[in-house]
Write a protein that binds this ligand. Sequence first.
Ligand SMILES: Nc1ncnc2c1ncn2[C@@H]1O[C@H](COP(=O)(O)OP(=O)(O)OP(=O)(O)O)[C@@H](O)[C@H]1O
Length: 242
Amino acid sequence: MVPLPSSAIAPAAAADSIVIDARNVTLALGQPPARVEILRGVDLQVRAGETVALLGPSGSGKSSLMAVLAGLERPSGGTVAVAGEAFERLDEDRLARARRGRIGLVLQAFHLLPTMTALENVAVPLELAGVRDAFARAEAELGAVGLGHRLGHYPAQLSGGEQQRVAIARALAPRPILLFADEPTGNLDGRTGAAIMDLLFNRHRATGATLFIITHDPGLAARCGRIIEFADGAIISDRAAA
Ligand SMILES: Nc1ncnc2c1ncn2[C@@H]1O[C@H](COP(=O)(O)OP(=O)(O)OP(=O)(O)O)[C@@H](O)[C@H]1O
C-alpha cells in the first residue's frame, strides 16, 4: 500500500473555533407509509475543547444525530460542517477523507476486529490513514489507556473494559479534534464504566479533543461542561452543567 502523506491527518482545531456547526438538520428515513421523521430541525454549534453530553429518551434520535454529525449519515435537510468542512459539498470519498483523522468514534459495542491483536486494531487504521509510525504510535496510545501489557492479545482474550480501552485508543490514535462516544459504558459494569469514563476525560484533557457523549447517565452528563437534552428529534434544552 502506498502511504498517504501525513498531512492526511488533520491538525487540531484552533481553540475557540467552532468544531460542529449544524443548521436546521432534518432526517427522515424509510418509505411512506413507514417513513419516520427522526430529526426535526436541529441547530447546534460546539466549540473546540467542549465536553457535551446528549441526554434523551430511547428512540428520541440521539444516535441518528451523532451519525449525521459524524458524517456517517447524510441528513435529509440542513447543513453540517465539522471544523469548517461542509459535509454536503463532499462526495463519499472526500467525506471519508474529511472524517478520517478528524473524527473518532467510540460505540457501546466495541467493534474490534477479532482476528487482529489489540496493537493491530489500533495500528492498522493508522497505517491506512498514511501514518508512518503507526505501530509506535499505536503502542504509545495503548500504553496511555493502561494496556501496554496487552498489545498481543486478541479481543476474545480481553475483558469488556479492556476492549473498550482498545476502542478508545483506536479512536484517539489519529488525534481527532472531535470524539463521539455513544453510550460507551453501556456494556460495562458500574465500576468498569466509571473507570472508562475517567479515562475518556483524562484523554480529553491530554489531547484537547472535543468530547460529545450520548448517555442515559445523569451523573456522567454532570461531568460534562454542557448538557443537551433531546426529545422527539429536537433539542429541548441546552445548558452549561451546574
Ligand atoms: N434506518 C432506519 N429506518 C427507519 N427508522 C429508523 C432507522 N434508524 C433509526 N430509526 C428510528 O429512528 C428513531 C431514533 O433512533 P435512534 O437510534 O437515533 O434513537 P436513540 O435516541 O439513539 O435511542 P437509544 O437511546 O435507544 O439508542 C427510532 O424510532 C428508530 O426506530
